[in-house]
Design a protein around this ligand. Structure first.
Ligand SMILES: Cc1cc2nc3c(=O)[nH]c(=O)nc-3n(C[C@H](O)[C@H](O)[C@H](O)COP(=O)(O)OP(=O)(O)OC[C@H]3O[C@@H](n4cnc5c(N)ncnc54)[C@H](O)[C@@H]3O)c2cc1C
Length: 370
């Protein structure tokens, strides 16, 4: 007889960890299956570590609501448990008249989303805050910040374990089959293939989450669950640029990302990125020939930068539901009861602001699970 558990979480990125931390308690048997050797080796450690305010997304979208709730939960958790962060604030800059109009729209969108502390800055005010930045105007978001994401992951992992969640690393979920009101989960590890039974399955498999849904029997083309990979590269800047700017600086966003921004990580590294281009496969190499595009982008708001001071750094891949040229797509976080799969929770397209929203997403999952 296969082992029987209450909840199987697939994936130990920030979403799987936060979910395990939220739901593991008492007698409930919660297992987290992770194909890698440890937690957080994919998108959760390949991002900008920015705590987003919740400005860009349409009101009432899950992205807006869970970002704002998640931001507040995250700041509180970091304060309570000494997880490093800096509420540095962020300025989105406008290079020309068109972008000033767009900043005003963004300001209104932020207000609709209940981000109450935004401030439009004319050039003179912007210069007072950031003398090295060149722009026609800016939008200041004081509640944006930067996080030590590894400390968050480690905290969630140890707390979830402390509450009884079992982490099964080097173990890939390769099959999910209905077994009456439960699910038979097939796993592959070093010893071969085996199976267990779970009452509830939570799909937090990031870049693989559409395939996991398909394994469970969901028609992902019909449901609109098919993911598109969108790569974001980072370049670092020479340490002489340290402390030149004190806030996060963002340009106008692109179709698929928030634009190549300036960030000083908590360890002092100065980073530019991420870019955004759709790719067919997962490959984290940074293409050095993209240096010129990074330089052109940052030079617009920071003319002091010299191209020789840029070096390739790292890359991440966004699990996007929105394909090239498509309109906005929200997170999919759904209990698949109506599709005939009670007990199956799918989380698909958890791109930015997934890190910021992680604690709120976990609460949401816990609510729709019961
Ligand atoms: C370039 C970039 C910049 C970003 N910047 C920000 C930011 O500044 N702020 C912000 O809030 N968000 C940001 N994000 C988004 C954020 O990083 C993600 O939303 C978040 O990390 C998603 O976490 P996850 O747990 O869903 O995915 P992941 O971290 O990818 O975890 C999924 C896990 O599932 C495992 N898995 C997959 N398939 C299987 C299987 N079959 N069996 C077992 N395990 C499996 C994987 O190995 C992986 O560990 C950014 C993303 C990118 C790509």
């Amino acid at each position: 007889m296969p082992v029987e558990i209450d909840v199987a979480i697939i994936g130990a990125g920030v979403i799987g960890l936060a979910t395990a931390h939220e739901i593991a308690q008492g007698e409930k048997v919660v297992f987290v299956f992770e194909k890698s050797r440890t937690f957080g080796l994919e998108t959760s450690s390949r991002n900008s570590e920015v705590i987003h305010a919740g400005i860009y997304y349409p009101e009432d979208s899950l992205k807006a609501k869970l970002c704002i709730e998640g931001k507040n939960l995250l700041y509180r958790l970091c304060d309570r448990h000494n997880i490093a962060y800096k509420k540095s604030g962020k300025i989105i800059v406008a290079a020309d008249e068109n972008e000033i109009n767009w900043l005003e729209e963004l300001y209104k969108q932020g207000k609709k989303n209940s981000v109450e502390d935004l401030m439009l800055l004319p050039r003179t005010e912007l210069k007072k805050l950031e003398p090295n930045i060149e722009a026609r105007a800016g939008l200041l978001s004081p509640s944006s910040g930067i996080l030590d994401s590894y400390s968050l992951l480690k905290f969630l992992y140890s707390q979830a374990r402390g509450k009884g969640a079992e982490f099964v690393f080097n173990t890939e979920v390769i099959g999910i089959e209905r077994a009456g009101t439960k699910y038979k989960i097939q796993i592959k590890d070093r010893d071969g293939i085996s199976a267990l039974i779970a009452h509830v399955v939570v799909n937090c498999a990031g870049l693989n989450s559409d395939r996991i849904a398909q394994l469970a029997g969901i028609d992902i083309a019909k449901s609109g669950y098919k993911l598109h990979y969108c790569k974001g590269e980072y370049f670092s800047l020479n340490s002489k640029y340290k402390n030149l700017v004190s806030r996060l600086i963002y340009p106008a966003p692109e179709q698929a990302g928030h634009g190549i921004h300036w960030r000083q990580a908590l360890d002092g590294r100065v980073l530019l990125g991420p870019s955004a281009h759709y790719v067919k496969e997962i490959n984290y190499a940074v293409d050095e020939t993209h240096k010129q595009a990074f330089y052109d982008s940052v030079k617009q708001f920071l003319p002091l930068v010299d191209i020789e001071d840029l070096a390739p750094e790292s890359a991440g891949i966004r699990p996007k539901l929105q394909g090239p040229g498509d309109d906005f797509r929200d997170f999919i976080i759904t209990h698949e009861e109506k599709a005939g799969f009670p007990g199956l929770i799918n989380l698909i397209g958890i791109e930015s602001p997934g890190l910021t929203a992680s604690l709120a997403i976990a609460r949401y999952v816990s609510k729709i699970m019961s």
